[in-house]
Design a protein around this ligand. Structure first.
Ligand code: GUN
Ligand code: ZN
Length: 426
């Protein structure tokens, strides 16, 4: 199969001062797909001559771009998104926990998983790192649904044994056993990967964090995801619960939870010591900009983290986040950094949501770009699909400017088609 269009993907992290070599753009381009993977990209003319018998789908005015990667979200929060008037801890108690309790019913979990995957794919997100609820079957429901679409899903059962309603609590041993069982069922099964998922220090006893650390040690190829330094009240509470720890990140480090496959959601309010731990242990700080604005959590120190050599990812955090669109997420990230005098370059932004996140996961050979042999996960973007964009695009004079306008004015409505492992899903 050949997809014809304006092909764009990234080769490495763009340096705003000299973008050369960081991306590949073929105006009259084509992507050749074979058995769900990228065979090659090139000019449309060349690929047509080389593969005269392949079927062509024409998207010539549109951008053909790698599918977006969302590094942090919560599938049991499909019904929580856009809940009014609270910050993190109250928001969890008032809206999130009551909704997550419903996932004890597997038929409800299946239904929500279906909606969630549909929302991701229709926004051009082809890889997701997701928290499930505390219930084992909520994890089965999500992986089963993701597998139907052959998309890349990284997810896990939330481990939580205190400071939440009783019907959402497990215990250190049962959470260890359930997670172990789910890992053997789903990790590296098709395109699925398991993420060991202690929710955060507030809802896990020290014993449970140690069990989570035991799982990490026993399953070094699994990911680990949790929350860190999102909200000032949360940090005070966590430090009261762990008075002997030097800082919030150290709570996790002491339990053996911090390493190169550890995804630390939010990571806003960080001390210099915590930034050093991030750097030394190669953990990933995941920025969730729409959520940080919506819950009034704070300003992610992006420039400081990049300059300190810390790996950074970007994510929606639905349902604390307010959009499934990674385009809208990049727009929010830009606006937050504007408050702290850093104008994120549009080339960096679009790199971040694709190859950057893929590299953070160590999956850059599989996803995030059009390198030969990668999965053919891609999104077709119409950068002038609405009147406002169409008018503004008329004065764009560079690809960089076009991407910035897409980021600012585009979103869900810019996504024209989506392919997962070579199959059309929107
Ligand atoms: N911290 C612990 N749980 C959550 C959650 O569900 N959402 C957000 N935004 N932060 C959390
Ligand atoms: Zn979260």
């Amino acid at each position: 199969m050949i997809l014809r269009g304006r092909v764009l993907h990234f080769l490495k992290q763009p340096n705003p001062v000299n973008l050369e070599g960081s991306y590949e753009y073929i105006e009259e381009g084509a992507v050749v797909i074979n058995e769900g993977r990228i065979l090659e990209i090139g000019t449309y003319m060349d690929t047509r001559v080389k593969y005269p018998d392949l079927e062509v789908t024409d998207y010539s005015k549109n951008l053909i771009f790698p599918g977006f990667i969302d590094l942090h979200n919560h599938y049991p929060q499909v019904q929580v998104i856009a809940s009014y008037g609270t910050q993190l801890l109250e928001w969890l108690q008032k809206y999130t926990f009551p909704e997550e309790a419903k996932f004890g019913d597997q038929s409800y979990a299946k239904l929500q998983a279906k909606k969630f995957i549909k929302l991701l794919l229709s926004n051009g997100t082809t890889t997701s790192v997701s928290f499930c609820s505390v219930h084992k079957d909520s994890v089965n429901s999500l992986f089963e649904e993701a597998s139907k679409h052959n998309m890349c899903m990284i997810a896990g059962k939330v481990m939580m044994d205190r400071n939440a309603p009783d019907n959402l609590l497990d215990d250190p041993l049962s959470s260890y056993q359930d997670t172990k069982e789910l890992i053997s069922k789903w990790h590296e099964n098709g395109r699925n990967y398991y993420a060991i998922s202690p929710r955060f220090a507030i809802t896990s006893s020290p014993e449970q964090l140690l069990q989570a650390g035991r799982l990490v040690a026993e399953h070094p190829t699994c990911y680990m995801q949790t929350h860190l330094g999102e909200n000032k009240e949360e940090i005070r509470y966590a430090m009261n619960l762990y008075p002997n720890s030097k800082n919030y990140l150290d709570i996790y480090r002491e339990a053996g939870l911090v390493g190169s496959k550890s995804l630390m959601g939010h990571s806003i309010h960080l001390s210099p010591d915590e930034i050093s731990i991030f750097k030394d242990l190669e953990a990933i700080a995941v920025h969730c900009p729409t959520s940080n604005m919506f819950l009034g959590s704070g300003f992610f120190p992006l420039r400081n983290l990049i300059n300190s050599g810390v790996k950074v990812g970007v994510a929606t955090d639905v349902g604390g986040g307010t959009s499934y669109s990674m385009i809208s997420t990049l727009d929010a990230a830009y606006k937050i950094q504007q408050f702290i005098d850093f104008s994120v370059h549009p080339m960096y932004a679009f790199y971040w949501a694709t190859l950057g996140n893929a590299k953070a996961l160590g999956l850059e050979k599989e996803i995030g770009s059009f390198r030969k042999g990668s999965f053919a996960d891609l999104v077709i973007l119409d950068t002038r699909g609405d009147l406002c964009s169409d008018i503004r695009m008329k004065t764009c004079t560079s690809l960089t400017e076009e991407l910035f306008v897409l980021q600012t004015l585009g979103g869900n409505h810019s996504v024209k088609a989506v392919y997962v492992a070579g199959e059309r899903s929107k």
